[in-house]
Every structure is written in C-alpha cells, then in structure tokens.
Design a protein around this ligand. Structure first.
Ligand SMILES: Nc1ncnc2c1ncn2[C@@H]1O[C@H](COP(=O)(O)OP(=O)(O)OP(=O)(O)O)[C@@H](O)[C@H]1O
Length: 338
C-alpha cells in the first residue's frame, strides 16, 4: 500500500542574487513499511525535499507546484495544502523527522525527559503517570543507559550519540507512520553511526513504519534501504530497488557515484572522483538535464530536448536521461528509444 506519493514537487528560494530553483519536478512514492534512501552530493536538494514534506521550509522558500499525498487509512492528505494547524497535529503524530545535528535540534534549556513528555502531552490522551512511564520506556528503547537519571539531563550534558538517541525517542514517541532521517549520523564516529542506524532500522521495522533515509553516502544507503532515489541538482535522476541500482545503474551520475563509493576491496586510488560541480541553480535558463555539463555522454541534439525524458527500465526502475546506460522497457510515446 502506498503511504506517500510525491508528484511534481518544485521549490525555489528567493535570494538577493536571484531565484534558486532548488527542486524541479520531484516525483517518488513510498509504500508502508518501506525504507527509501535519498542520496546525492551536497546541494542536490535532499534536505529541501524533507523540509518541504514537513512544511518547515524557511521563509524565503516557496513551493511553486506539486503534491505530497499522505495516505492515512482511507483519507488522503496533501501535506503541501494542509493548514498550519493540521500540520501541527500531523508532525510528531503521523510524520516525524530526525535532523542532522541533534544538539541544535533539541531545546538546550529543557531536560530531555521533559522534551519527550511535551510531545506525548501534545499528541496523546495519556495520564501524567502513563506519560512518565512511556518516557522512561522510550529512553530504554533507544538504549539510553540509566533512563531515570538521564530523564533530567540537559542536551549539553550528553554526548552527540546520546543526543541523537533522544531525537529518535522524540521522533518515535507517538509511533508515526513515516519517519524522515536527514543525515542522522553527521558528526558521529563510525561505531556510533552504525549503532544509531541499526537502532533506527530496528525501531522502524518493529513498528512497521516507513523510513526516508537521507544521506550523501551511497554505501550506507545500500546497507539500510530497500530502494534508492538518486538526486542531482534538484532533479530525481534515478530510482530503483537497491540491488538493481548497483547491478545496473542507468544514469551516468549514478554510475559515477557508485565508482566514487568506497568498498572493502577498493583501494583509495580506485575511487573515481566525480568531475565538475553542480550547476548554478540561480540561472534563469537552466538546461533541461542539469547533469549535461558533467556528462561524457552528452549529445546536444538529444539531451537539450525539453522536458527531460523519464525512461522506465522496469516497473520499479526509472531514469531521467536521454541516453541511459541500460535499455528502457518501452520508448515513451512520441519518442524514439535512446
Ligand atoms: N536558504 C536558502 N537560500 C537559497 N538557496 C538555498 C537555501 N537553502 C538551500 N538552498 C539551495 O537549495 C539547494 C538544495 O539544498 P539542500 O540543503 O536540500 O541540499 P542537500 O542535498 O540536502 O545538501 P547537504 O547534503 O549539504 O545537506 C542547494 O542548491 C542550496 O544552495
């Protein structure tokens, strides 16, 4: 069953130096209980996608088109159209987010136990005693040692790893249907990273939640995600089940990302850096394919056609490229297969 359907999502920022077209026609869906990885280099639009879904974009941002349909029972809500009051109810209860830096996401002047208590007070009808018990249960679930004592701790008294566990407890307090984890292990050491990601995976699986895991690390996404969506410069360039993406990448950017991803058998010199950089998203006449300036398969006669083509390689594998590395299933009507 589809839990979330994002269609044609476009977001821009107004800046002094012009309009930044941060997201352009983002499309993806997520089924109940599925883990979707959103990967791409810095600036590709991963966080803006998450903020748009949570409706926490900053004031200079504007959603210029699109839908984000969240299925709750037999109700379908468009997250981009819901009132602020309705979003206040949905956030924390039905959709939650774990942010990159737990120290800045947590309230620095409130004890962590009280912060979890606040979420439960806001979204449940539990009694005072039940809330207290649930907070301790959540602290134990995210494996905080000595929950009774840590309840009274302030974020500055806890390590980065413990703060991230508190964020997870806050996000999962009301068992939302969808959890968005935006680079949840930024700034943590490798061992703590694995512990935090395993914790997120175990808790979301135990509650059959859907998870969107945002990361620039393709290797990490391959370990934790059922499906991967690759973003480049505000475009969705490829979506596929994780094994398909690795065995038969269809977009040249995905292929380059895989070649740049460390693996146990690869030497440092085997890793191929991705040439070039993201295009300037302030440009008024961005090319239809935003990867063309970095692509060795670029053919102006084909690749400058607008709009950018969406090829289907299998029912679950899609690529936005005129010259994909794999043959499409069927050429879309009106187009020759590239
Ligand atoms: N406040 C802002 N004003 C102007 N442009 C912005 C603003 N915030 C984000 N952008 C632009 O939106 C684009 C997408 O940014 P986003 O933060 O989503 O990237 P990201 O893929 O999450 O990167 P990172 O991995 O570094 O978090 C970038 O080009 C960025 O410059």
């Amino acid at each position: 069953m589809t839990l979330l359907q994002v269609q044609n999502l476009c977001v821009e920022f107004r800046t002094r130096s012009g309009r930044v077209q941060a997201l352009d026609r983002i499309d993806f869906s997520l089924t109940a209980g599925e883990t979707l990885g959103i990967v791409g280099e810095s600036g590709s639009g991963k966080s803006v996608t998450a903020f748009a879904l949570m409706r926490v974009l900053e004031a200079s941002a504007r959603v210029t088109s699109g839908k984000a349909l969240l299925q709750l029972g037999n109700r379908s809500l468009d997250l981009l159209q819901e009132s602020e009051a309705s979003m206040g109810t949905l956030r924390g209860k039905e959709i939650s987010m774990i942010f990159q830096n737990p120290r800045t996401a947590l309230n620095p002047i409130r004890s962590v136990g009280k912060q979890i208590r606040d979420v439960l007070r806001c979204h449940t009808n539990l009694s005072r005693a039940q809330i207290q018990a649930r907070v301790l249960e959540l602290l134990a679930q995210v494996r905080i040692p000595d929950p009774e004592r840590r309840y009274h701790a302030y974020p500055y008294e806890l390590s980065g790893g413990l703060c991230q566990r508190i964020m997870i407890a806050l996000a999962l307090a009301c068992s939302p249907k969808l959890l968005i984890a935006d680079e949840p292990t930024t700034g943590l050491d490798v061992t703590t990273q694995a512990t935090i990601l395993n914790l997120i995976r175990d808790l979301t699986q135990a509650q059959s939640m859907s998870l969107i895991l945002i990361t620039h690390d393709l290797a990490l996404a391959s370990e934790y995600c059922d499906r991967i969506l690759v973003m480049h410069a505000g475009h969705t360039v490829e979506t596929a089940p994780t094994p398909d993406l690795f065995h038969s990448p269809a977009h040249p950017y995905t292929q380059q990302l895989i070649a740049a991803t460390p693996e146990p058998h690869k030497q440092l010199l085997d890793l191929a850096p991705i040439p070039g950089s993201l295009p300037d998203l302030r440009a008024d006449n961005l090319p239809p394919c935003r990867f063309q300036g970095r692509c060795d398969r670029y053919d102006p006669a084909l690749c400058d056609q607008t709009p950018l083509i969406q090829h289907q390689l299998s029912p679950t594998h899609h690529v936005a490229c005129w010259k994909p590395l794999q043959s499409p299933l069927v050429a879309p009507s009106g187009h020759e297969s590239a």
